[in-house]
Design a protein around this ligand. Structure first.
Ligand code: NAD
Length: 459
């Protein structure tokens, strides 16, 4: 039976029943399911590439690197799950002798995963890896704005898993809200900050814990002390990958005035090298997801002088890789997350101006600094706050399974990837075990003669 034939309430009820059987608590069962998930991805690479092509004109290379690449996350979980699931010993103070303490990770129950459209495959599967590893049942609600990938996820997961364990519910805002009205044991949401607030409000009614993987304006500082060629390459790649529709893409550049001209020339060279004279005619450059996003992005083009690019084609939802100069920090393009292939450049003469601008905005998901200067690297780490940081690179921090990934402040709540995914979908149950063979009387009434001893002990 496929999930779409069941009502949301029925799926949740079936998953609760399945969870109660205790099957998911067995580590070997989880390991088996992770292997099945790996098989589901591995056996359907071509279909995944086709769906992403249809939704975003995603180049095959990018689909491999950033969506099918989620296989590495599955392998990491398969490799480490036995260690993660082991109870951990915890120290106990001498007063409690001979008691011992342990921390037991236990699954939460039935969890909901809501995905966005920009990496529509990876951002549904990667949290699912955490949910499975930690022993939960899960409902996945992919984004309706990437319909081909959403249908494929429904078909694939429906084929490889029983909906009483893992189910996909397809649909838009209304479906999402129907799901949110139900009681879950955890909600993992990836999307925009505004919708994140709606999710958290709905979750609060059921006291459901949330992970919110949100977005924001991720700044990229370019100091004068850099190796200019790799700097330009790494920024150009991180910004224009998936046509800028990446939550951790560098949103805007803060460039030292001394090198601005040389640096922008270098960016132009990179664009030429990556995509040729006309990125629209090649196969290595994605398109904007839909007309609404296209119109929103085109409006930003008037917020500065177009230094590179600027060409658009509404019928193809194409916006050329674009660099904007002479952008005011109060322009609309500097107020909201761009989430498209438009890169505003703001110059600074003193790094303090750049730091102040960053700190005047909500805390971003990522911050990038290009500089060989160790003191500056330390200063930026000390004086700014962001979900994560990459020094002398962009985007690649997301690919390191040992680094927890998530936002801070407006860019999100909670973390995942690798062990963090397991932690997110687990409850760490603290257990104290006190044997009977010794029962010191110091804590029992009558207290009269014991107070002075207690005072000595506590200090
Ligand atoms: P979105 O918030 O519009 O939608 C995300 C999901 O929420 C979709 O499944 C959608 O159906 C659902 N949804 C939309 N409106 C809703 C509502 N009113 N009530 C309930 N559910 C609703 O986000 P998006 O446009 O798909 O993705 C873009 C945003 O996601 C950007 O801000 C980006 O930075 C962020 N993002 C963050 C990460 C991350 O890992 N932190 C990754 C990718 C994207």
């Amino acid at each position: 039976m496929i999930a779409q034939e069941l009502s949301i309430v029925d799926i949740i009820r079936k998953q609760r029943d399945f969870f109660k059987t205790g099957k998911t608590k067995d580590v070997n069962f989880r390991l088996e399911q992770l292997k099945i998930l790996k098989q589901a991805v591995s056996e359907n690479k071509e279909a995944i590439i086709q769906a992403l092509k249809a939704d975003l004109n995603k180049p095959e290379f990018e689909s491999y690197a950033t969506e099918i690449g989620t296989l590495q996350e599955i392998d990491y979980a398969i490799k480490h799950i036995k260690t993660w699931t082991k109870p951990q010993k915890a120290p106990v103070s001498l007063q409690l002798f001979p008691a011992s303490a342990k921390i037991y990770p236990e699954p939460l129950g039935v969890v909901l995963i809501i995905g966005p459209w920009n990496y529509p495959f990876q951002l549904s599967i990667s949290p699912l890896v955490g949910a499975i590893s930690a022993g939960n049942c899960a409902i996945v609600k992919p984004s309706e704005l990437a319909p081909h990938t959403s249908h494929l996820l429904s078909k694939l997961l429906g084929k490889y898993f029983d909906p009483a364990y893992i189910a996909v519910v397809e649909g838009g805002v209304q479906t999402s809200q129907q799901l949110l009205a139900e009681k879950f044991d955890h909600i993992f949401f990836t999307g925009g900050t505004a919708v994140g607030k709606i999710v958290m409000e709905a979750a609060a009614k059921n006291l459901t814990p949330v992970t919110l993987e949100l977005g924001g304006k991720s700044p990229c500082i370019v100091d004068s002390d850099i190796n200019i060629e790799p700097t330009a390459r790494r920024i150009t790649w991180g910004k224009f990958l998936n046509a800028g529709q990446t939550c951790i893409a560098p949103d805007y550049l803060l460039v030292d005035k001394k090198i601005k001209e040389d640096f922008l020339n270098e960016i132009q060279k990179c664009l030429q090298e990556f995509y040729g004279d006309n990125p629209a005619s090649g196969s290595d450059y994605a398109r904007i997801i839909n007309q609404k996003q296209f119109n929103r992005l085109v409006n930003f083009l008037k917020d500065g002088e177009i230094r590179i690019g600027g060409e658009t084609n509404p019928s193809e939802l194409y916006i050329a890789p674009t660099v904007l100069e002479n952008v005011s920090s109060t322009a609309p393009v500097m107020q909201e997350e761009i989430f498209g292939p438009i890169l505003p450049v703001i110059e600074y003469t003193d790094i303090t101006e750049a730091i102040d601008l960053i700190n005047s905005k909500p805390k971003p998901l990522a911050l990038y600094l290009f500089s060989n200067n160790k003191n500056l690297q330390q200063r930026i780490l000390q004086e700014t706050s962001s979900g994560g940081v990459a020094i002398n690179d962009t985007v690649m921090q997301v690919a390191v399974s040992s680094l927890p990934f998530g936002g801070v402040g407006d860019s999100g709540i909670g973390k995942y990837h690798g062990k963090s995914s397991f932690d997110t979908f687990s409850h760490y149950k603290s257990v104290l075990h006190n044997p009977f063979w010794l029962d010191l009387k110091w804590r029992y009434a009558p207290y009269k003669d014991k107070l002075s001893t207690l005072k000595r002990l506590i200090g």
